[in-house]
Write a protein that binds this ligand. Structure first.
Ligand SMILES: Cc1cc2nc3c(=O)[nH]c(=O)nc-3n(C[C@H](O)[C@H](O)[C@H](O)COP(=O)(O)O)c2cc1C
Length: 171
């Protein structure tokens, strides 16, 4: 049954100051940890992109769940000027395996933008660019996968039991 499946994308501007420890923004790590915990339980997911002080996020799931989640996220004071870019019924998820995939700008996306000679400004993404961007995100590497694997190894070796994001934010 996929009749109620929707995909919503939005752009927003981060309100926190940059703090990159361990190659990933500390505040973004916090957001990802909460997202993964909550989204899995609600069968909602998608991708989060952070770059140049902007967020771009896609949320996929049942319409009512996505609506409710979007409204909660939009009130979060860690970003402002939240603008919906696309909202559509879909047959399939792009990010079915992810509670919230994370794709930073440093990867393929930056190279794509450089090729086109454009800066990253998600507010200016039209539907065609959103679709292209989402496809890049589907193929893009998630650096937290590596961090998760390391954390699992360390836990198994009895070295450190903290999840990757706790090590990053210190806790
Ligand atoms: C850019 C951005 C994206 C977010 N994405 C999600 C998300 O996908 N899922 C989620 O549960 N919370 C997300 N949040 C966090 C929520 O706004 C909120 O802090 C969180 O859901 C509270 O969860 P908790 O009550 O479990 O701490 C996001 C916040 C920001 C700023």
């Amino acid at each position: 049954m996929s009749s109620n499946l929707v995909r919503l994308t939005y752009a927003s501007t981060a309100t926190f100051k940059s703090d990159r420890s361990g190659g990933i923004e500390v505040e973004v790590a916090r957001i990802l940890a909460a997202s993964r915990r909550n989204n899995r339980a609600k069968e909602v997911g998608g991708v989060l992109h952070y770059g140049e002080g902007y967020f771009f996020q896609a949320l996929e799931g049942q319409r009512a769940t996505v609506d409710e989640l979007y409204n909660r996220i939009a009130e979060d004071s860690r970003h402002r000027d939240v603008k919906i870019l696309t909202f559509e019924d879909v047959d399939d998820r792009y990010f079915a395996d992810w509670s919230m995939k994370y794709v930073p700008l440093e990867n393929q996306i930056q190279r794509m933008l450089d090729r086109h000679g454009i800066a990253f400004d998600p507010y200016r993404f039209d539907k065609a660019i959103v679709d292209d961007f989402l496809k890049l995100c589907v193929h893009g590497e998630d650096p937290t996968t590596e961090l998760e694997a390391q954390a699992a190894n360390d836990a198994q070796a009895g070295k450190d039991n903290r999840p990757w994001w706790k090590r990053l934010i210190g806790g």
